[in-house]
Each structure stands twice: as C-alpha cells, then as structure tokens.
Design a protein around this ligand. Structure first.
Ligand SMILES: *[C@@H]1O[C@H](CO)[C@@H](O)[C@H](O)[C@H]1NC(C)=O
Ligand SMILES: *[C@@H]1O[C@H](CO)[C@@H](O)[C@H](O)[C@H]1NC(C)=O
Ligand SMILES: *[C@@H]1O[C@H](CO)[C@@H](O)[C@H](O)[C@H]1NC(C)=O
Length: 470
C-alpha cells in the first residue's frame, strides 16, 4: 500500500492546482476539523472497535463454487464436455429474501453452467453447492443461445413489498476473454412465491451501445403500488442509466457527464496487481423518504472517489429524456468525496437512513448517515484492517435486507485475482458476510443518534491522503 502513495503524490502535485479551487469550496469545513479513516468514537484497539469488526459474520464461504446437478453422472458429464469448468465460476451479486440467498455467477469465461443461483439460508454446510434459479431449464447454453432464457446475470434487486426478484442479464458471454453479446441485455423479474418469470424486457437496440455492459440494478416502487415500479440499470462501460417503467413496459436511456469515470481513480493496486478500470456509473442506492416524490438516487462511477445524487422524479420523467430539450446536466450533483483509494462498487441504504458502501481498494465497508454532510469525517469504516486483513478481499456486492432486524450483506470475491492472476483453490476465495445494521454502526460516526463531526471538537490523526483534495 505504502509504495502506491509515492506516484499519487507526484501526480497530485501536477493536478493539484486544478483541484484546489474545487476543494476549497467543497471541503472548507473539513479544514479545521479532524478527520479519520476509522471510527472516531472508538479508536482501533479499544473494546468497542473489536466488538464492531466482529459483527461481520461469515454466512457462507467457498474455496470454489460447485453446482447441485440432478445426478452425479450429469455433473461428471458437464465437467467432461466443458459445460462446467469449476475454476471459471466466480460469485458476484448477492441478495437475500426470507430463507434464501440469491447469488449471480456471470459468464466471464466458458464453463459457467448457470448465472443465477440460490442457496438456503441459513445452511448447515458453510460451503453448500449452489442450485440454478429458478431451475436448470431457465438457463440457456452460450453455444446455442435461446434469448428468452437467462444468459449472464450480473446483479439482482429484491423488491420485498411486491415479492419480486429483479435481475439484469447482460446477454454477454466471455466478457473477460473475448466479449460476445450473444443476446440483447434484458431485465427480468421473478415472483418469489411461485418462482415464475413474470417480466422479461429486452433493452431496445437504440439503448445498447457497442461494448455496453449492463451490470447493476435498483428498483423504485411508487406509493406501494406494485405496477408503479421503475427499474434503474447502469451501463458501466458506456456510462448510462436505463430507466424501465413496468406500467408502460418501456425504457429510456439517461446520460450525464457525472456518469463518466475519473481517470485518476481508474488505477487500482490490490493484492500485488496493478490494473486500470475505466468503469463509469455503477453503484446506486435509493433514499427512503416517506414520499416517493422526495426520493433521490445516490450513485457513483466505479472509477471515482465521489458520490452524486439526482432526484428520481427527474429520471422517471420519460419525455425529458426522449425530447432532450431541457438541459438536465446540472441536476445531477456531486455531494462529496471519499478520498484517495475510495473507489466503491455498490451501496445500499437501511431504514435508519444509513448508507453502506463497499470499499474495494481498502478491503473495507464504509457507512454514511445520509442526514449528515458527505464529508470524510462523517464517513465510517466498519472493519479494522489491523484485526483481520483477509476476511473481506474485494467486497464486490453489498445489499441491505428488509428483515425486521435489518442486516447488511457483503459478497467478497477476490475478482482481480480471478481476472489477472490465479486463485488458489485450496484457500477460501469467496465469502458472504452479514452484520446487523444497528450493531455495526452503533459506535461509529454513522450512528444517527450521534452528532455530525462538524460540531465535534475531537482530535484525530490526519492521515496523508486526507490532506489531499480531489
Ligand atoms: C469464449 O472464448 C473462448 C476463447 O477465445 C472460445 O474458445 C469460446 O468459444 C468462447 N465462447 C463463446 C460462448 O463465445
Ligand atoms: C414488453 O415489451 C417487450 C419488448 O418490447 C415484449 O417482448 C413483452 O412481451 C412486453 N410485455 C408485455 C407484458 O406486454
Ligand atoms: C480472520 O478471519 C478468518 C476467516 O474468518 C479467520 O480464520 C481468522 O482467524 C481471523 N483472524 C483474526 C485475527 O481474527
């Protein structure tokens, strides 16, 4: 980690001037104020900190993913003919509803027999084989594609009020080898009582660009009406959000310059690997205001340290995006900055208004009480890296469930090692973790009962990257 500061500082001295002016305004309050990367209330080492980090519990973990075939012979056959290549399967998306977890295993490479799977929760086994969802028959082979079936699902979203599981199927196979869009991307939904597919909406050609990758999904239900549902899908490689209206069975594509990646944040140095991801708009979380019309969508590109927001009413106004006459560019606003190495994949907001977000470069999970300003001193980190540095490695997906005792769920999957190096299959590579929302934030700055740090006099060590502004 340390060695990576050097080039960044050099870089900053070059770009510093440009960012300074932005900084002064945005971070004015920051200056006199302490900021810390970890909990302010309980410095690492104190009992509170220890209890906190322990609150992330492993639900399931795997060295590799195995599938539950109807018979042993079928499994052996699939391995023999290359339909199932154990080491090519990597879990990505996580969701939970009642007694089931939903996991996605996109077809990054050949040999992935199904890209949406389920396991029961809780399981007796810590490393259970996964079962294709809703059935084996619902998944198409990549070699003879049936586009009405599932091809390569990236992420899901559960809409509890209406008992539905939504998924974004990218339609892309071999994404890491030789990207092949064998079917149009599609939005699908399953009724979680019957496990029937109840929505199948292929994105119109005009909304899919060359080399688009649709990889994240969020759902907004208006006024508790299950038909008044809108789905947001991010195109991480061509920087757009597709908005789908269930009532209209139509979609439109939204673009904004804030969907673009920041080149400075596209350089990743993790696990001894260096790579550049120019990934745009990706993480999304919906505020849970009492009135639908007040709701905002918080979002961030993957290659970025910043968080943005936009009113959902604006996204839902189809005519705005099809006429293209009104200038909407300034209606997407940056709200703050997580600082150097603050790249985040996905995020979610709990009932108490606390947002949780992954910190892929820091192997951590961040939190933010959305009623406070988005300044670094108001952002908490939930894991103490000194205590357990390998529990979470590349936290790639995050969900907040809707159970009475709310939980935050994380999928940790070592994706860069899978993509650019070699996973060691005698080691635990994939983990699903859960923490109680209330417990994990109790002694952090994200606790809504605690005052914003703006008013606090507490002193803390300012680490090197905190002094930098960009
Ligand atoms: C994926 O790429 C490999 C290597 O180029 C190729 O052999 C295979 O046929 C491709 N699979 C599909 C489904 O396109
Ligand atoms: C919605 O639109 C899609 C694609 O345009 C079509 O295939 C599907 O049948 C439509 N669904 C309904 C319920 O009309
Ligand atoms: C870190 O987590 C791993 C996996 O749960 C566990 O085996 C190990 O004992 C933990 N180490 C510490 C120091 O807590």
């Amino acid at each position: 980690m340390k060695s990576s500061y050097l080039p960044i500082i050099t870089l900053l001295s070059i770009v510093g001037l440009r960012y300074n002016s932005i900084c002064v305004n945005a971070a004015n309050a920051d200056q006199a104020r302490p900021s810390t990367r970890f909990k302010l209330q309980s410095p690492p080492g104190e009992p509170d900190a220890k209890r906190n980090s322990n609150l992330f519990r492993v639900v399931n973990e795997w060295k590799y993913i195995d599938f539950e075939y109807p018979t042993f012979v079928e499994r052996q056959l699939a391995i023999k003919n290359g339909d199932f290549v154990i080491k090519n399967n990597l879990p990505l998306g996580i969701d939970v509803f009642n007694n089931r977890l939903f996991i996605t295993t996109p077809r990054w490479k050949d040999g992935v027999p199904a890209s949406l799977v389920t396991v029961t929760y809780p399981t007796k086994e810590i490393s259970p084989p996964v079962r294709p969802y809703p059935s084996w028959q619902a998944h198409s082979s990549p070699y003879n594609p049936d586009c009405s079936k599932l091809i390569s699902v990236y992420r899901t979203a559960v809409d509890v009020q209406c008992n539905r599981l939504w998924a974004i199927d990218s339609g892309i196979v071999n994404a890491t080898v030789k990207l092949n869009q064998i079917c149009p991307p599609k939005i699908v939904a399953f009724d979680l009582s019957s496990d029937e597919m109840i929505v199948r909406y292929p994105l119109p050609e005009s909304q899919v660009k060359q080399d688009s990758l649709h990889s994240n999904i969020a759902v907004d239900i208006r006024n508790g009406d299950c038909l008044d549902a809108h789905v947001f899908v991010t195109d991480v490689w061509r920087f757009g959000i597709v908005v789908y209206s269930l009532a209209k069975n139509r979609s439109w594509r939204v673009t904004n310059y804030n969907f673009s990646p920041n080149p400075v944040a596209s350089d990743f140095n993790v696990y001894g690997l260096n790579f550049q991801w120019l990934d745009g708009v990706f993480g999304m979380s919906l505020s849970n205001g009492p009135r639908s019309s007040d709701r905002v969508l918080y979002f961030h590109p993957m290659a970025s340290y910043k968080e943005f927001m936009v009113s959902t009413d604006l996204l839902l106004d189809e005519s705005l995006w099809t006429d293209g006459t009104l200038d909407t560019s300034k209606l997407f606003v940056p709200i703050g900055d997580r600082g150097f190495n603050g790249q985040s994949s996905t995020s979610g907001i709990a009932r108490n208004g606390v947002m949780f977000f992954t910190q892929v470069h820091r192997d951590n999970v961040g939190c933010w009480d959305t009623s406070k300003p988005y300044t670094r001193s108001n952002l908490g980190m939930l894991l103490d890296p000194a205590e357990n540095s390998t529990l979470i490695q590349f936290p790639n997906d995050l969900k907040v469930d809707h159970e009475p005792r709310q939980g935050v769920w994380v999928m940790s999957n070592r994706l860069p090692i899978y993509l650019y190096s070699q996973l060691d299959y005698s080691d635990i590579n994939f983990r699903i973790l859960r923490a109680d929302v209330d417990g994990i934030i109790a002694s952090t700055i994200c606790n809504p009962m605690l005052e914003s740090v703006t008013k606090s006099e507490k002193l803390a060590i300012v680490s090197i990257e905190e002094g930098q502004c960009y």
